[in-house]
Design a protein around this ligand. Structure first.
Ligand code: ADP
Ligand code: MG
Length: 239
């Protein structure tokens, strides 16, 4: 059996944009075999946290750790090689490449470049039919989101970071996404999901963290957290 995925940890992260404090001391863990969710109103700092974990933003203070290793100073592409894969809130597939070519890029940039993992990812996301040879340009949002997730999975990641993976999906696609993410967690992947869809969070998450104004103001199992949202001053968790 493969070694379990390491825990990804954010420790006391502070981040700023110019003079604006976007993260004000955020600590959380993303353990293997679990789905960790982050919710909160627009502007709370969810994507900023995500960028610090993925390596696309350098925090002003604090650390990001993968297992015992301090990876705070590592570039995003180096983290991808270590097994931290991500998707983007704004989709980032290459429009001129086919779906399958996009997914192959994920394997080339990932922890392991394994053609079998490319086929597995395409199959898992229902992209192994004729759509695999179509250029990504002009495909519907739902298909692009699936292609982007397949690309992240193609590199056999141990940690998966998803920023608003259900945005633009219809309810059938959201159900399919939930099944895929639960299967990945059951296989031992560590998942962090930033998500507006609270029904999806309630269905998926083992632990929910509520962010407001750059801080985590509540953490716990979804049943408890989603029931008490109104009393947290977190306002609407939707967009
Ligand atoms: P969320 O994902 O929770 O909606 P973000 O992390 O995107 O929030 O943004 C947190 C805050 O930081 C917001 O007030 C946003 O306007 C600000 N912000 C985000 N990105 C930038 C940036 N590149 N430059 C300046 N301010 C930014
Ligand atoms: Mg965001």
């Amino acid at each position: 059996t493969p070694a379990p995925a390491p825990t990804l940890t954010a420790h006391a992260l502070h981040a700023r944009y110019g003079g604006f404090q976007a993260l004000d001391g955020v600590t959380l863990t993303v353990p293997p075999g679990q789905i960790t969710a982050v919710i909160g109103p627009n502007g709370a700092g969810k994507s900023t946290l995500f960028h610090c974990l993925a390596g696309t933003l350098r925090p002003a203070h604090g650390q990001v750790r993968l297992g015992a290793r301090d990876i705070t100073g590592l570039a995003a592409h180096t983290r991808t090689r270590l097994g931290i894969a991500r998707t983007f809130q704004e989709l980032s597939v290459f429009p001129s490449l086919t779906v399958a070519e996009n997914v192959r890029v994920g394997a080339e940039q990932g922890r392991v470049n394994d053609p079998a993992a490319v086929d597995r990812a395409l199959r898992l996301l229902g992209l192994d039919g004729p759509v695999r040879t179509l250029p990504a340009a002009d495909l519907p949002t739902g298909t692009l989101r699936r292609a982007e997730l397949a690309r992240a999975l193609a590199g056999s990641p141990r940690v998966l970071l998803l920023d608003e993976p259900a945005a633009g999906l219809d309810s059938t696609e959201v159900s399919a996404l939930a099944r895929v993410l639960k299967a990945l967690a059951a296989d031992g992947t560590a998942l962090l999901v930033v998500e507006h869809d609270l029904d999806l969070v309630a269905d998926l998450a083992d632990v929910v963290h509520v962010m407001t104004a750059g801080r985590i103001v509540a953490s716990g199992p979804p049943g408890h957290i989603l029931d008490t949202l109104g009393t947290l001053g977190a306002g609407e968790a939707g967009p």
